[in-house]
Design a binder for this molecule. Structure first.
Ligand code: HXC
Length: 317
């Protein structure tokens, strides 16, 4: 499958800016993760993409490697970010086979639509475990390599090359709260907080750590799950000040910025890439349609049949 450069990278970046660098990314076979990896590999890096499914991860790695002749992309499957030891082993393998880890994206996430009344303690814990503990585990498994990379690449570097950079994938729901997303909102809030601590503790070693918060991004698993199929594209995007859903390229470009020589002094913050959607809360639309007006759907417990709840009927709790 050939993916056009314009789908994952703008024309702003020079080829080769990430030459001889290595990206380690969890969730790298997902829709946003693949675009991020494609962009960074296109610009010169090699990559290790980490995922639960062996088949999906290896297939994505093969496809992404085609973006640049000579690119090495290793798909390391059968790794669950909830299991620290397996992540640590994946990081060791990545360094052994590709030589270093210079950039990390903690992108693995879990999501489904459910009210608090439909969330069992284990359901809430599952998303906290995948998102928050998974991000923590990813940091723990890779930070020694990021410190080494930062030492090789002082910030700023006269050569313009960079290293020792960490991005976690966040969201914007927790800025306002979001019905049916209590678990995800809590998990992402914790991730943002964690990145602040990482910047404080590892900034002195030259590492930068930031969250990247996508809004509603077209073509992603997230929006596939969250948006109502009843609404037209115009109805879905009307509430977003920039007038559209984001593209995977928007997120990939922001990733490149944070890893590049242009992002040297961005540390300990969240880069929101959402067309100002969170300011109106209309952005993600979260399945709200004629079948699901607020607060009626909360009071009746009926979630729109036009969104993928992942569950049949009402919560059993
Ligand atoms: C309520 C649910 C549920 C649902 C699962 N559970 N689906 N509860 N409503 N729709 C409950 C289960 O009943 C169980 O609780 C607990 O969650 C764990 O479920 P498992 O299936 O055993 O977990 P697991 O196999 O680990 O799967 C994790 C998962 C799954 C999160 C449930 O969806 C997954 O693997 N997702 C990964 C891919 C993904 O979600 N990608 C989208 C990311 S998008 P009990 O009590 O029964 O044991 C994203 C965007 C965010 O993050 C923001 C966008 C703007």
């Amino acid at each position: 499958m050939t993916v056009l450069r314009s789908e994952y990278l703008s024309s702003a970046w020079a080829d080769g800016i990430f030459a001889n660098r290595v990206l380690f990314i969890t969730g790298g076979a997902g829709s946003i993760g693949s675009a991020q990896t494609r962009a960074v590999v296109h610009l010169g890096a090699n990559a290790c993409i980490i995922g639960r499914s062996v088949e999906k991860t290896e297939k994505a790695a093969k496809e992404i490697a085609q973006v640049r002749p000579g690119a090495k992309v290793l798909g390391i499957g059968n790794i669950d970010v909830r299991n620290f030891d397996s992540l640590k082993a994946a990081a060791e393998r990545c360094v052994k086979e590709l030589g270093s880890i210079d950039y990390v994206i903690a992108g693995a996430a879990g999501n489904f639509i459910a009210p608090i009344s439909g969330l069992s303690p284990n359901a809430f814990k599952t998303v906290m475990d995948i998102d928050t503990i998974g991000t923590f585990n990813t940091i723990k498994a890779t930070v020694p390599y990021l410190i080494e990379s930062a030492a090789r690449n002082p910030n700023p570097n006269p050569s313009g090359t960079t290293g020792g950079r960490l991005i976690s994938t966040s969201a914007t729901f927790h800025y306002t709260g979001m019905p049916l997303q209590a678990h995800v909102s809590a998990a992402k809030a914790a991730i943002d907080s964690l990145m602040g601590s990482v910047s404080l503790e590892y900034g002195p070693y030259g590492v930068t750590a930031n969250s990247l918060a996508p809004g509603a991004i077209a073509g992603t698993e997230g929006m596939e799950r969250l948006a109502s199929s009843e609404l037209t594209k115009e109805q879905q995007t009307k509430g977003i000040p920039s007038g559209r859903w984001g593209s995977m390229r928007d997120i990939a470009d922001a990733t490149v910025f944070l890893f590049s020589d242009a992002g040297n002094y961005v540390n300990g913050t969240t880069l929101i890439v959402d067309g100002a959607g969170w300011r109106r809360q209309g952005g993600a639309a979260l399945g709200v349609d004629s079948d699901m007006t607020y607060p009626e759907f909360m009071l009746t417990g009926e979630i729109s049949k036009n969104v993928k709840t992942g569950r049949e009927g009402k919560a059993k709790l």
